[in-house]
Design a binder for this molecule. Structure first.
Ligand SMILES: [Zn+2]
Ligand SMILES: [Zn+2]
Length: 236
C-alpha cells in the first residue's frame, strides 16, 4: 500500500467486511441455536449495523496508518521474523496485549458510565436491549475512537509478531460478537470452572447489559474482582 490514505481506506473495508462476516455468522448460529431470539429486533439491528459500520472507519483509519508505517517506513515494533525475539515472547506478548487492552477497556468503560458521559457517549451501546450479534461495534464515534486507539499505540511500544497481532485482533473480534449475541457458546464446565472465574464470556457481559454498573471488563474478570464491580454471571 503506497499511500497512507489508500492504506486507511483498505483497512476500513477490511474491518467492515470482517464485522459483517463475523456478526453474520454468529447471527446465523443464533437463528439455529435459539430460533426467534432476535424476533422483533429488526429496527434495533439496523441501528446496530449502521453504528458498527461507522465504527469500522474509526477503527480502520489508525489501523491503516499503522500498517502503512510498518510496511513502508518500519516505524513500529511489529516483527515478521519469528527469530527476531525469543520464542517464549510470542505467548507472553499475546497475553500482555490482551491484559493491557482489558485494563484500558475496564477503566475507560467505567468512566463512560459516569452519568454525563453515559448520556452523551455510551448510551448508544446500551440502546441494544437485549444486544445481538450485530452489536459488537455498536458505539458512538467517541467511544469507537477511545476503544480503537490503544492497539495502534501499543505496537509502537511493545514488540509483537505479526501473527500474534492477528490473534489479538481475532480474539477481540470473536469475543466482541459472542459476548453480545445473547447466549453462552462455551460449555458450562468451562464457564463455571476456576479459569472461568477469571474469563469473560457472554454470561458475564450479558449481566453488564442487564444491571449496567458492574462487570465492566473485556476479556478478564481481574479488574472487576479487584475493584468489587464483579456481579457474577447471568444465564442469557
Ligand atoms: Zn456490551
Ligand atoms: Zn457499558
Amino acid at each position: 500500500m503506497d499511500s497512507v490514505l489508500a492504506s486507511a481506506i483498505a483497512m476500513t473495508v477490511i474491518v467492515a467486511v470482517r464485522y459483517l462476516i463475523t456478526s453474520g455468522m454468529f447471527a446465523w448460529a443464533t437463528h439455529k441455536v435459539r430460533p426467534g431470539h432476535y424476533t422483533g429486533l429488526d429496527r434495533q439491528i439496523r441501528s446496530e449495523i449502521t453504528w458498527s459500520l461507522a465504527t469500522a472507519a474509526i477503527y480502520g483509519v489508525p489501523a491503516g496508518a499503522v500498517a502503512w508505517g510498518w510496511q513502508q517506513r518500519g516505524w513500529t515494533k511489529i516483527y515478521a521474523d519469528p527469530q527476531a525475539y525469543p520464542l517464549w515472547w510470542m505467548p507472553v506478548s499475546l497475553l500482555l496485549y490482551l491484559f493491557i487492552h482489558d485494563t484500558w477497556f475496564y477503566w475507560t468503560h467505567r468512566w463512560m458510565h459516569r452519568p454525563a458521559v453515559f448520556r452523551r457517549v455510551h448510551a448508544i451501546h446500551h440502546a441494544s436491549r437485549p444486544p445481538t450479534a450485530w452489536a459488537a461495534m455498536n458505539f458512538h464515534p467517541i467511544e469507537a475512537a477511545i476503544v480503537s486507539l490503544l492497539i495502534p499505540a501499543l505496537v509502537f511500544v511493545i514488540p509483537i509478531h505479526v501473527g500474534m497481532l492477528g490473534l489479538v485482533l481475532l480474539v477481540m473480534t470473536v469475543m466482541g460478537v459472542t459476548n453480545h449475541m445473547g447466549w453462552e457458546m462455551f460449555p458450562a464446565w468451562l464457564v463455571h470452572s476456576r479459569a472461568g472465574n477469571w474469563l469473560i464470556t457472554a454470561s458475564h457481559h450479558h449481566r453488564h447489559h442487564e444491571l449496567y454498573r458492574c462487570n465492566y471488563g473485556l476479556y478478564f474478570r481481574f479488574w472487576d474482582r479487584m475493584c468489587g464491580t464483579d456481579k457474577g454471571l447471568s444465564a442469557p
